[in-house]
Structure formats: structure tokens, C-alpha cells
Design a protein around this ligand. Structure first.
Ligand code: GLN
Ligand code: ZN
Length: 765
């Protein structure tokens, strides 16, 4: 018999209960016991849900107060020295200091307990806390959490499968501190602690442990590949059965390693990488269990159960009972339960499956596999009907949109004249000084702005009243920018709740859930828009605001749009056509917006692409293809304007070395980037490549309340001017200012403008 299992469940709770409890605890409104009670309640609820759904093995240890990689660090005693000498188990306060720099009751801003770094978990929008290793790093079991949760689960009568981040993935995700060394050298010291944990779990009567090693879906150096064998040979001794879980991509050149490791089971992701099944079946030893991830753990679409069963049945022919069924990866990346959506209509909901529904899908598939299709004929029929309606629905398919993408000519992604000519025309039109100053788009989202939005959404104020209030905010932002003396102004984005949601709400093909939250980091959740159908723009989205803002000033007003790749990257994207197609549909809708802005007299348009880099595929071999279609979509958005219309783009990161040619191929007239935190170092990428267009390296770290001094900005820009000719430099902050307060913003931008004046004098004499 095949069994159904799950790799992990969202922790946050369908109503974001964990978020609320955490934040109350951090604010000191609730004590630790109250927080722990909420955690216990959520675990019990989620376990029960999985049990009732009919899963045979239920993950334990996937719950966390903040992040499962941080939990692993704490379990293994990896606590940076700045958090003090921890003798016994790592306590709650130390845990939260590592996560956030402070715990309840700590004095504000003690600089020596700055938080650990946070970064993206593979290619998801979930962020993990980066482990910090030093050369003398030691490991020991320093937390009981996993064991006590196991006890909790067993007390509830569950068949529990503890989940651990595997030793190699754990080391890979960390970074070294102090003198440089190879973190792989820590493996010898780390393995005994893993072994100890496994022995303890075995003593508790555990049968299976899930070891997550998603790095097997990455390009790995040979030394790391080799280390897998060493590691798992050592861990085999525990006598426990290990299910080695891989996900987010194909095993590729690591297939042989993954198949041969001395563990009892292997899980592979057949949603991201359906083609890898054959290779894995060919190489899998005859004793081993294969778990097939056939239900998408990364998206919200209902599975095509018949297609999944086809795959499972063909695998069963080779594997017999050695086949398990699972979601492709942990369900952490999907919202909890579709049943709580009251505003989406039934047809629409029939296309979706959130985590709770995905459990049912896994169970139905397992039943179909074990008892034959007849046993699940009703479920198969429902799934078939949903797939059918998605294929034909007029809500999804708009022939005119598809036609327009198809008709797009090859040269329609190019500006008319090359940059050098455009530059002259733009300079003549805009009459900007040397080192023009500008900002990235948003200004502080004040309480007044949030109140107005809330009142409007709740129906307490009319649309006219709302617009009036937004206009007041825009007028205020324009007035302040004029007083500060900036050269290219922005309207401030007061009307935008979020840079992706704002546009999604105005485009066809997008839908929004009420409770479709997924964890981004710690207590932070995002509710990604759902791109379900062909995307079109029924009417202009930003023109009214930009035109109003321009009417208030003689300085150029920059139109402000979110680019196609960012719109894609921060949404749940339809899976019935290639992402590149969806990107092009969005690009065409935005292209119309750009042209409408131009027609309305806007001379500068910025198209933000902060998510371009994070869309990079996990495997280097797939980068070129992605970068090609992503850059194409950007150019389609921007390419139709007149030569004297200046196109800006913005990206809020600093690593460009490996993608600089694609960045240049966007052919934006101006790119603004993040540099203040790296002291302009990253400009190297632009220099070595001799980036041809204009660049605004950020001089104001907007992530910090710190106000940069004039001289500091002068110094940074002088450094920049050594490597990029001053004629091609702009002065601007690192990113938008919506999270900051007006007083800091005014001082910082004032310093920026005054630095620009100083620099102009120095450079012109
Ligand atoms: N224009 C946006 C803003 O200023 C850009 C945000 C971003 O890069 N993430 O808020
Ligand atoms: Zn940014």
C-alpha cells in the first residue's frame, strides 16, 4: 500500500493567529506562557486537520515561532557570541534576539545584539535567518523543542514524522564569520550532533525522519556533492528510517548521489521537475521508497488529479508499494484554507486549492492508487470539471489579449533611437543640472493616508472624498520636494497600498483573496495577488494622479509603474501557460499605460523591477532563458515611447556582477540601484562592463532611520564619480521612502540636494 504524507504545514494560522500572538508578546502585552499556548493550539489544530484529512504520516517540527532554519541553529547550539554564552538550552529571549535584535524587555537598540541576517529561502518569498559559523564553531543539542513537540503530537495519538533541515543544506545556508574558512569543514563536528538527535528520536519510538536537503536541486561544488555520502553514511547508524526530501527543482546532476545515499526513502518534486521521474526510477536502488511530490506546494491551483494519477500509476508499475504520495514541497508557501474565502465565487474557488485542500488531494491520489480510480471517481470528476472549465472559461481566456501577444513584432521591444541620441534629446527637453537629484517614488505612508484608505474601503467615505484626500497628500509631497529643491519630482504613491496589489486591482486577469496569507518572515505575511487569466488594462491606472502632480510644478514629474517581472514575481501566477507569456501580457498592458502617461505630458517614466533578480532560476543553466524573456518583457513595456521621453528603472539590490549584461539590455535611460550600504563597491559591476546609460547609485539607506550627512553623500558620490563619468550620474536614495517619517526624509533629502550643489561646484571648477 502506498501512503500519503506531508512535508510541512503553514504555521501562521488561518487567521494569522501566530502573527498576532507574536506581536503581542514582543510588545509586552502578552507573556511567554500566553504565546506558548497559542503555538500549542495551532500545532494541535494543524495536526488534527492533517490526521482527519487521512494522511498516514504527519510532519512534526515544521512549526516554528519565527523560522525553521533559526530553529535548526538553536537545536544545534549555533548561537553567535554576541548573544552571550548560552549554557543550557537556548531560551526564548535569546531566540528572538537572534531573529530580531531584541527580545521583550530589552532596552531599545542595543547595538551589540544586532539581529542575524535574513535572506530568501531558495526561490521563494519566504526569508530564513542565516546561520553564522565561526572557524571554532562547536555544536551541541541546545533545544528541546523538537522533542517536546514530538511528545505533544504523540499524546494526541498521531503517527509523527519529525522534520529536520539536513546537515548539508544547513551548512550551505549559513555564512562564515571572522577569518575566512570553508564551512564544509564543520561537517565532521556537526554530524555527531545530528546522530545524537536521531538516536534520541529513535528512543522515542520514531520510525521515519524527514531530512530536508533541497540543495540537491542546486548546482553544487564537487566537494559538497561528495560530502553527502560521508554525511549519510554516518547518519545511517542511528537505525532510523530517513526520508531525504528534495524540492524546488530537478536533481539533475545530483540524481545519482540522491538515489544512492544510504537512506530508506527519497522525495522528489514532480511539479517543478516532472521530467526527472524516469531518471530517478532508473537509478533508485530496489530497497528504497520513492515519495512523489505531485501536488503543487508553491502555488494555489487545484491539481489535475487524473494527470497526477497517470504519473503515479506509471511509477507504481515499477515501485509497487515502495511509492509514497506527497505535495511537491512543504505547504508553507501556500495559504491555509480556501474555505475561509467568502468573496471569491464558486467557479473561481473550484480552480483553487490552498494547503488544507492540497492535503485532500494527496489523500485522494493515494486512495486512487491503492484502491483504483473507481474508489475516487467523484473526486476525479470534480477535478476534471475544474480543469476543463479553466481551459475554456471566458473569464480566463481573452482572445484579443492572446492575439496581441502573438502579433507583437520582434522589433517592438526596442526604442527608436540608440541611447546616445536619446540622451541629447532628453537633456534638451528636461534641462536638468549635472548630477540631477530624484527619489525612488514613494513618500511616507502617514497615518492620515492609511486612515483614508481604510475609511474608503469600509465605505465610510466616498470615492470623491478619497480622491480629494489623496490629492492633498500628493500636493503636500510636491510642495515639500520643491522646497527641498529636488530636480525630478514624484507624486509620492500615496494612493498605493502596495506596488503590486495597486496595479493588480486595476487589471483584468487578477483576483485577490481575503485570507490568502503566506509567511514572508517571522510574523510578516503577504497576500499575493492571483494572476488567473489573460491580463488586460481596461483603463489608465496612474495617469490621473501623475497629471495632477505635474500640474502643481514646473519641474519634471516622474510617472511611476511596477514592471512586468515584479508584477509576476510577487503574485501567484497561473500555471496553464509559460510565465514568459503572462509576463508579456502584463508588459503590453503597462506599455499602454506608459504611452498614456507620455500623451498626458509626462516626460519621465520609471518602471520598477525590484524583483528581477529574485526571479533567477535556481540552476545557472536556466538563467539565460529567464533573463532573455524578462528583459524582453521590460523592453516591451518601455519601448514604444518617443526618444525624448526618459525611461527610468529601479532595483533595490546591489548584486549585479553576474547579470549586468541583461541589466544593460533593458536599455533604460536611467537605472537607480541600492549602493549606500555597500559603500559604492557594487559599482564595480557597472564599471567593468562599462555600463552605457545613466546610473543613480543610492546614497541614503532607507532601511534605517539614520539620516545621512551632507559630507557623507558628497564622499559617496565622489567615489562613484571616480568610476562612472559624472555626466551619467544621478543622486537618489536606495529605495522608496514609504516606511520612513517626514522629518527624517526632509532632512536626508535636504542633505542630498545640498551635497549635489557642492559636488556640482567642485566638478565644474
Ligand atoms: N517606486 C517604489 C517605491 O518607491 C519602489 C519600491 C521598491 O523598489 N521595492 O516605493
Ligand atoms: Zn527599491
Amino acid at each position: 500500500m502506498s501512503i500519503a504524507h506531508n512535508l510541512g504545514f503553514p504555521r501562521i494560522g488561518v487567521k494569522r493567529e501566530l502573527k498576532r500572538a507574536l506581536e503581542a508578546y514582543w510588545k509586552g502585552e502578552q507573556d511567554q506562557a500566553a504565546l506558548e499556548a497559542v503555538g500549542r493550539e495551532l500545532r494541535a489544530r494543524h495536526w488534527k486537520l492533517q490526521q482527519e484529512a487521512g494522511l498516514d504520516l504527519i510532519p512534526v517540527g515544521d512549526f516554528t515561532w519565527y523560522d525553521h532554519v533559526l530553529d535548526t541553529s538553536v537545536l544545534l547550539g549555533v548561537v553567535p557570541k554576541r548573544f552571550g554564552d548560552v549554557m543550557g538550552n537556548v531560551d526564548f529571549k535569546t531566540y528572538f534576539r537572534m531573529a530580531r535584535g531584541r527580545a521583550p524587555g530589552d532596552k531599545a537598540g542595543s547595538a551589540d545584539t544586532y539581529a542575524c541576517e535574513m535572506t530568501k529561502w531558495f526561490d521563494t518569498n519566504y526569508h530564513y535567518i542565516v546561520p553564522e559559523f565561526e572557524a571554532q564553531q562547536t555544536f551541541r543539542v541546545a533545544s528541546d523543542k523538537l522533542f517536546s513537540e514530538l511528545a505533544e503530537a504523540r499524546a494526541l495519538g498521531l503517527r509523527a514524522k519529525p522534520v529536520l533541515v539536513g546537515p548539508l543544506t544547513y551548512l550551505w545556508l549559513g555564512k562564515t564569520k571572522g577569518a575566512a574558512f570553508d564551512r564544509l569543514t564543520l561537517l565532521d563536528r556537526l554530524l555527531p550532533v545530528y546522530a545524537e538527535i536521531l538516536v534520541r528520536l529513535k528512543a522515542e519510538g520514531v520510525e521515519w525522519v524527514q531530512m530536508d536537503e533541497p540543495i540537491l536541486a542546486l548546482d553544487l561544488p564537487q566537494t559538497w556533492k561528495n560530502a553527502f555520502e560521508t554525511a549519510y553514511n554516518r547518519l545511517q547508524a542511528s537505525g532510523l528510517k530517513l526520508m531525504l526530501a528534495t524540492y524546488f527543482g530537478a536533481l539533475g546532476d545530483n540524481t545519482g548521489i540522491a538515489c544512492r545515499l544510504p537512506v530508506e526513502g527519497l522525495h522528489i518534486d514532480l511539479v517543478r521537475a516532472p521530467d526527472q521521474l524516469t531518471a530517478v526510477l532508473d537509478q533508485l536502488p530496489a530497497y528504497k521508497i520513492l515519495s512523489l511530490g505531485v501536488v503543487d506546494g508553491r502555488n494555489i491551483w487545484r491539481a489535475d488529479l487524473e494527470r497526477a494519477l497517470d504519473t503515479l500509476e506509471s511509477a507504481k508499475a515499477r515501485l509497487g508499494a515502495r511509492l509514497w504520495v506527497a505535495p511537491s514541497c512543504s505547504l508553507l508557501h501556500t495559504p491555509v484554507d480556501l474555505a475561509h474565502e467568502t468573496k471569491l465565487d464558486d467557479e473561481f474557488k473550484s480552480w483553487l486549492a490552498f494547503a488544507t485542500q492540497k492535503l485532500d488531494e494527496v489523500v485522494v491520489l493515494t486512495r486512487g492508487l491503492n484502491q483504483g480510480r473507481a474508489a475516487v471517481s467523484k473526486e476525479l470528476a470534480a477535478s476534471r470539471a475544474a480543469a476543463e472549465s479553466r481551459k475554456t472559461s471566458r473569464r480566463i481566456h481573452r482572445p484579443e489579449v492572446k492575439q496581441r501577444v502573438k502579433a507583437l513584432a520582434a522589433n517592438e521591444d526596442k526604442r527608436h533611437a540608440p541611447y546616445a541620441q536619446r540622451r541629447e534629446l532628453q537633456h534638451k527637453l528636461l534641462q536638468l543640472p549635472l548630477l540631477p537629484t530624484t527619489t525612488i517614488g514613494s513618500f511616507p505612508q502617514t497615518q492620515a493616508i492609511r486612515n483614508a484608505r481604510r475609511d474608503f474601503k469600509a465605505g465610510r467615505i466616498s470615492e470623491a472624498e478619497y480622491k480629494e484626500r489623496m490629492k492633498q497628500e500628493i500636493a503636500l509631497a510636491v510642495k515639500k520636494q520643491e522646497e527641498i529643491g529636488l530636480d525630478v519630482l514624484v507624486h509620492g504613491e500615496a494612493e498605493r497600498n502596495d506596488m503590486v496589489e495597486y496595479f493588480g486591482e486595476l487589471m483584468q486577469g487578477y483576483a485577490f483573496s481575503e485570507n490568502g496569507w503566506v509567511q514572508s518572515y517571522g510574523s510578516r505575511c503577504v497576500k499575493p495577488p492571483i494572476i488567473f487569466g489573460d491580463v488586460a488594462r481596461p483603463r489608465p491606472m496612474t495617469v490621473e494622479w501623475s497629471v495632477y502632480a505635474q500640474s502643481l510644478t514646473r519641474k519634471p514629474m516622474k510617472g511611476m509603474l511596477s514592471g512586468p517581472i515584479t508584477m509576476l514575481q510577487w503574485s501567484f501566477v497561473r500555471d496553464d501557460q509559460p510565465r514568459s507569456q503572462t509576463a508579456l501580457q502584463i508588459a503590453l498592458a503597462l506599455r499602454d499605460e506608459v504611452l498614456d502617461l507620455e500623451k498626458a505630458g509626462i516626460k519621465v517614466v520609471q518602471i520598477d523591477e525590484p524583483a528581477l533578480r529574485e526571479g533567477l532560476p535556481l540552476r545557472k543553466a536556466d538563467w539565460a532563458d529567464y533573463l532573455r524573456w524578462a528583459a524582453h518583457a521590460f523592453r516591451v513595456t518601455a519601448g514604444a515611447v518617443r526618444d525624448d521621453t526618459q525611461i527610468h528603472t529601479h532595483m533595490c539590490y546591489a548584486e549585479f556582477n553576474d547579470i549586468i549584461d541583461s541589466i544593460a539590455s533593458l536599455d533604460a535611460d536611467v537605472i537607480t540601484i541600492e549602493t549606500s550600504r555597500s559603500d559604492m563597491e557594487l559599482l564595480d559591476a557597472f564599471v567593468n562592463f562599462s555600463y552605457p546609460n545613466e546610473i543613480g547609485p543610492g546614497v541614503y539607506d532607507i532601511h534605517s532611520p539614520r539620516v545621512p550627512a551632507r559630507d557623507e553623500i558628497v564622499r559617496l558620490m565622489e567615489k562613484a564619480a571616480k568610476v562612472v563619468p559624472a555626466e551619467r550620474l544621478w543622486i537618489n536614495p536606495d529605495c522608496g521612502l514609504k516606511t520612513r517619517d517626514w522629518p527624517e526624509v526632509e532632512t536626508a533629502l535636504g542633505n542630498m540636494v545640498s551635497a549635489a550643489r557642492t559636488l556640482r561646484e567642485r566638478l565644474q571648477h
